[in-house]
Design a protein around this ligand. Structure first.
Ligand SMILES: O=C(O)CCC(=O)C(=O)O
Length: 338
């Protein structure tokens, strides 16, 4: 038992977030045993068309769905210009991460603009990114899967692949309740096999979670070590092998979206051609009725352990789609107003 566990015994007495099979507890209709019947029934009643019924059925079985969306060409070019301007101006109210926690852009080093770098909440800086963050075509599917109004909580822009190992989002991204989490991944250019495509394991959303503590699916960096995280990776690999599940990688055209179930194992593969970019935009969503704020942690100064934990309740809205402003940007607005 650790020192912290001895002085705060209630730390370990959180209600379990996992069911008897080790799956994340979920009240979403798509996670109920009769989900396929519900889809068939809605199709029979004419509430959803053939394509939508097929896509929802695929999502329920495989844990993801691919949908092509129409995005005007200027959005792609405006976004690219905004990213170039961002790296030139380095504002303090946008954050990025390069092998670290999120750091303010004002501390960015030009040499960090390379594979595995990610920009957080570009949607507060770029109108083009905001139009993707609050994209009606994607929201329509997210709303169908949740069965209620969604809220976009966070965006991530990748100029290259993340090179992140296979993981499940709820282990790191906390929503209220934890199962109310979906993600969309949008290809900002054609994605071939050599640029380090997105990888995922179809069907893995129904595999049990590695318990970091009793009934605890989340990693807690104050008590879990890299060894615990590695054990979780081995656990996932073992369960995929036992279930005969295989890795797939996403090669696709610009404008294709992949929406994944909260528990789908996914990550970023390594490029075989380092000269290639792999531009993509990821958005996380929860449900508007339950998620009252978003939060992020930012390193106060590069190389320093001190971290600011910021929250944001400020909602942006477009075409009936809602999403949170970034905590970092919202804190700057508050500081300016006071
Ligand atoms: O695009 C990628 O390489 C992976 C993104 C990812 O894993 C995530 O956003 O959770």
């Amino acid at each position: 038992m650790s020192f912290l566990d001895r002085i705060f015994p209630s730390r370990n007495q959180q209600p379990s977030s996992l069911d008897k099979k080790g799956l994340l507890l979920s009240d979403l209709w798509i996670d109920q045993p009769d989900a396929q019947e519900q889809i068939a029934e809605r199709h029979r009643r004419g509430e959803i068309d053939d394509v939508t019924a097929e896509r929802l059925a695929h999502f329920e079985k495989q844990g993801y769905v691919r949908i092509p969306i129409d995005i005007p060409d200027e959005i792609y070019s405006d976004l690219q210009n905004d990213v170039d301007t961002l790296w030139r101006d380095k504002p303090s109210d946008v954050a990025y991460a390069y092998h670290s926690l999120l750091t303010r852009f004002s501390d960015a080093k030009d040499e960090h603009r390379q594979p595995s770098c990610r920009v957080a909440d570009l949607h507060t800086y770029s109108a083009a990114a905001r139009s993707l963050f609050l994209n009606r075509q994607i929201f329509d599917y997210i709303e169908l899967i949740f069965g209620e109004k969604p809220v976009a909580t966070q965006s991530l822009y990748f100029e290259w692949g993340s090179q992140q190992g296979l993981h499940r989002d709820p282990v790191y991204v906390q929503m209220v309740p934890p199962s109310h989490l979906l993600a969309s991944w949008l290809a900002l250019e054609d994605i071939g096999p050599d640029c380090g495509p997105l990888i995922y394991v179809p069907g893995s959303h129904r595999l049990p979670y590695y318990p970091f503590g009793k009934g605890r699916h989340t990693v807690d960096f104050s008590r879990d070590s890299q060894k615990d995280i590695d054990k979780g990776v081995q656990w996932d690999e073992k369960h995929c092998r036992a279930a005969g599940l295989e890795l797939e990688s996403l090669t696709c055209k610009q404008g294709e979206v992949l929406i994944w179930h909260h528990s789908l194992l996914h990550g970023g593969s390594y490029p075989t051609d380092n000269s290639l970019t792999r531009k993509s935009f990821v958005v996380h969503y929860s449900t508007l009725s339950t998620m009252k704020m978003t939060q992020n942690s930012y390193v106060r100064e590069p190389g320093q352990p001190a971290v600011d934990h910021l929250t944001c309740r400020r909602l942006l809205e477009s075409d009936g789609c809602h999403g949170f402003d970034s905590p970092l940007h919202a804190s700057t607005l508050t500081a300016e107003a006071s």
